[in-house]
Design a protein. Structure first.
Length: 665
């Protein structure tokens, strides 16, 4: 381990320690000769000695009140790998909870033990729970590429669903089970939402995560009867709780794992509803949960949408429905959990619901919350999702209750066909009055878009673009030559560094990261970085170029700053020499991209420095700029009109096919 004096910290980490933005730290560095000298990194991403930074901040009264914790975290990052840092945080948590007799699951280095002692002492001053949660959150954020954690809002929703849909057991203490518990997000949510005593059982194949989960759940017992047992084990292959009968099971299992134990578990008694196909590991987790529930207990599990419809799993889905076990499916909007581009589902299952004398009805409840996103379609609208899901599930056992819009009871006869598809979107239709108003609004929007397109098409048709300008073809230059002349600067995007903090949801002072895959999936960033952690940031007014053939484009960036991934380029212009919209319009010409492409395949790169630009004085760029803007508007209107037209045509087909045509009398 590096000694505290040489622990390296970046400008972004200094900003967090001081509770300011990175720009403020850069300003201190320029203005104060006493600011610590760089000990590593590069000019663009310098690193400084932690102790020198701390001393300078104290001497200049710039240390944030939360700085003690921020000063502690970089030292955990210097420990010997991910696991030792996680185990040290877990051990510190146990020590702060007064469990002095507890020993780590494996020996810690002397450096880690010293850091644990400092953490325990800091916890006495700053608060043990706050200190542990801070370190756990930082550890998870630092390893977000390897570890998938269930977001807090989803964990709370799952716990509330399970608590409201289980049948009473008559016991004062609730038993909760999670066979793939990670760092304990779901078990922690269940402990917070449950009333009375709670027994928490968890399994986790990753030893460091299992230790962190047990330490975390120890803090859930403040003033309450909460007992915890976490085992580091592969729960499917080596189930440590064969006799457990839980009231609630919650799980966000690993997806698409082919090596889940298909061969060695072929005759396992848990497969009551059929041996899960090798390609359906999620249905193995579903049956594992059911095997550990008491009769009347409820399981809520996160699953990818393909599990609801894949042909390989139709027999198991059919058995779950026939035996009254699969009671409800809730479709979530993209962004609720990893993978964020997918509309995940919650399956609600109840054990012991056989139809002969059981509690299972003759239908299943399907809830489609997939459209409940925030403003602009970005991120889940958790208030709306929770309201729809809980209101719908309150009527799970009461077929006479009225369901809200977005939920429907589907008879088993309609589900038990050749596909046994339980995807909610197939069965949840829009209410007629809602559909009618939405349809009228969309027809009006389409009419406005077509009118604008008609006006633009007339103006474009009148443009005289056929003749060459007087004196022959207009001369051009390249991006590379413009950069040499100082008319613009060209900065390539890059992958975040290994030390960069990458988030799947926006955080305070974070910045969105735009990548080529994001562009191909609609242009919405799918990750965020800690502020200042990236070398290439596109500011408002910069021209951004996508330098691969399959996504080739150029546009003027508008709005807040955004970090750029690989094969994206930021061009910052001298406004006295170039107009941004003129430059973007020249660059995105398809022929320009073909000319600058390195070879013919769609995955090939575009040499941005070779892209051609008309050579015009600034005053002559203005009419081109205005026309390029109108072309951009034309393209957007075309795309929106096509989307609206396709949607409206499908809606008309649905309504006509169901007998919705009316004629004048």
């Amino acid at each position: 381990m590096t000694s505290p004096g040489t622990v390296p910290v970046s400008l972004a980490e200094i900003a967090r320690i001081a509770g300011v933005g990175r720009a403020a730290v850069s300003n201190w560095r320029r203005r104060h000769d006493t600011f610590p000298a760089r000990i590593g990194g590069t000019d663009a991403k310098p690193q400084f000695a932690l102790t020198e930074v701390e001393q300078w901040l104290r001497d200049n009264n710039k240390l944030n009140a939360a700085g003690s914790l921020e000063l502690l975290w970089p030292r955990f990052e210097t420990l010997a790998g991910r696991d030792e840092a996680g185990l040290a945080i877990a051990y510190a948590g146990h020590r702060m909870r007064g469990q002095r007799s507890r020993t780590p699951s494996r020996p810690l280095s002397s450096e880690a033990r010293a850091l644990v002692a400092e953490t325990v002492e800091l916890g006495r001053r700053e608060g043990a729970t706050h200190t542990f949660e801070f370190l756990l959150r930082r550890w998870l954020d630092a390893h977000v590429r390897q570890i998938s954690a269930t977001p807090a809002r989803l964990a709370i929703l799952m716990a509330r669903i399970a608590l409201r849909t289980r049948t009473a057991s008559g016991q004062k203490t609730s038993t909760v089970f999670d066979p793939a518990c990670g760092s304990g997000h779901l078990l922690s949510a269940a402990a917070e939402q449950a009333s009375g005593g709670v027994e928490l059982y968890g399994c986790e194949i990753d030893g460091a995560l299992a230790e962190l989960a047990e330490a975390r759940l120890a803090f859930a017992g403040d003033g309450r009867d909460v007992r915890t047992r976490i085992t580091a084990v592969d729960s499917l292959r080596d189930d440590p709780y064969p006799d457990l009968r839980a009231d609630i099971a919650l799980c966000n299992p690993p997806f698409n794992e082919r090596d889940w134990g298909y061969e060695e578990l072929a005759t396992d008694p848990r497969w009551v509803h059929g041996l899960p196909p090798r390609t359906e590991p999620e249905l193995a987790w579903v049956q594992h949960l059911l095997a550990r529930l008491r009769s009347g207990g409820t399981a809520v599990v996160v699953l990818p949408p393909a599990v609801a419809s894949r042909r390989a799993g139709r027999r198991i889905r059919g058995s779950l429905l026939r035996h009254g076990v699969l009671r409800a499916v809730v479709a979530l909007p993209p962004g609720c959990a990893q993978p964020h581009s997918v509309s995940l589902q919650l399956w609600v299952l109840r054990a012991g619901g056989e139809r002969t004398g059981g509690s299972g009805g003759d239908d299943a409840l399907l809830v489609d919350a997939s459209a409940h996103t925030g403003p602009g379609g970005r991120g889940p609208d958790w208030e709306a999702i929770e309201s729809l899901a809980l209101t719908s599930l309150d009527g799970l056992d009461d077929r006479a209750s009225e369901l809200p819009h977005g939920a429907v009871r589907v008879p088993l006869l309609d589900l038990l066909d050749d596909d046994v598809d339980v995807t909610p979107g197939r069965y949840v239709a829009a209410r007629p009055e809602v559909r009618g108003k939405e349809s009228a609004d969309r027809w009006s929007e389409l009419g406005d878009a077509l009118a604008s397109l008609r006006e633009l098409s007339r103006s474009f048709a009148s443009l005289d673009t056929a003749r060459s300008p007087a004196g022959g073809p207009q001369s051009s230059t390249t991006v590379g030559d413009l950069a040499k002349a100082g008319a613009l600067s060209l900065r390539p995007g890059a992958q975040p560094s290994e030390s960069a903090e990458v988030f799947r949801d926006p955080r305070e002072q974070s910045i969105p990261l735009l990548t080529v895959p994001d562009l191909l999936l609609g242009g919405v960033p799918s990750a965020w970085l800690a502020g200042g952690e990236h070398q290439t940031i596109a500011e408002e007014g910069d021209v951004v170029v996508a330098g691969v053939v399959r996504a080739f484009d150029a546009w003027v960036h508008e709005g807040p700053p955004v970090a750029l991934g690989t094969q994206l380029f930021a061009l910052r212009l001298d406004p006295d020499k170039l107009d941004a919209h003129f430059l973007a319009g020249c660059l995105r010409a398809p022929a320009n991209g073909r000319h600058a492409g390195t070879h013919a395949s769609t995955s090939s790169r575009v040499d941005v420095r070779r892209l051609a630009v008309l050579q015009l004085p600034l005053e002559e760029q203005t009419p081109y700029s205005e026309t390029f803007r109108r072309i951009t508007s034309f393209q957007r209107l075309l795309a929106r009109s096509g989307s609206l037209g396709t949607s409206l045509a499908r809606d008309l087909n649905d309504r006509l096919a169901s007998g919705g045509l009316t004629t004048a009398g």
